[in-house]
Ligand binder design. Structure first.
Ligand code: MN
Length: 233
């Protein structure tokens, strides 16, 4: 049986959307992709029980009141219904110890759901001298390096200390929640990946492996392969 993978979607003006790169990535590595709605209530538990794994896709910014802050001037567009749905679904998936792969916004909402906080805008809030994290290069181009933490799940997956990723974010993980740890950072100190220490496969990356797959980038293949492998268990 192929594992069923829930893929979170964006919501704008009553229309759901998701990049088909996410759908193709799940299909390519042996999963059945199911695009998820942004809803509330009992259906969230039903969805968590039905799916074998959750792919949290990229998108806009996250409502800062969810981590105890008011909106800073540089905050971008937020999707409150999506935030609420994804947080409820993540909580249930963590309870069930089912695999989660977070991408870009996905690593951020995973972090918030687990009790962490974040930079609403790294360029105005980080004290570090920053790289360009909102790259002007095409989405299939890996633009900056990440360094992988030793003894992490990510390190087990990619089996290298450093590699290049694409980068389309102005928000980032700030405080990692209890039970989680940083699994990769950029040279400017920006957190680029986190993972749970208490779950079999719960990991979020700040880049877009689903786009790099279009160029057959090795690390992206390995990450999706490992995720689908975990979902089959
Ligand atoms: Mn980056």
């Amino acid at each position: 049986m192929k594992p069923i993978i829930g893929i979170s979607s964006n919501l704008k003006e009553q229309v759901l959307s998701v990049s088909t790169n996410n759908i193709h990535a799940i299909s390519e590595f042996g999963g059945v992709p199911i695009v998820l709605p942004n809803i509330e209530g009992e259906s969230v538990d039903a969805i968590a029980n039905m799916i074998d794994g959750l792919l949290l896709t990229g998108g806009g910014d996250i409502d800062p009141t969810l981590f105890g802050e008011e909106p800073q001037p540089a905050l971008g567009n937020i999707t409150p219904e999506r935030d609420v749905f994804e947080i409820a679904l993540i909580e249930k998936m963590l309870e069930l110890n089912k695999p989660i792969l977070g991408i870009c916004r996905g690593v951020q909402i995973l972090n918030i759901a687990a009790g962490g906080n974040m930079y609403q805008d790294i360029y105005t809030q980080s004290e570090n001298k920053l790289l360009q994290h909102d790259q002007k290069a095409p989405s299939t181009h890996a633009s900056h390096f990440v360094w992988v933490m030793k003894d992490s799940l990510l390190s087990d997956i990619v089996k290298v200390d450093t590699f290049k990723v694409n980068s389309f974010h102005h928000q980032a993980v700030r405080k990692v929640p209890e039970g989680f740890e940083v699994s990769a950072i950029a040279s400017d100190g920006t957190i680029e990946a986190i993972e749970s220490k208490n779950h079999a496969f719960v990991i979020g990356v700040q880049w877009h492996p689903e786009s790099l797959l279009l160029k057959k980038e090795a690390m992206s293949s390995t990450i999706f392969q490992a995720f689908l492998h975990a979902c089959k268990k």
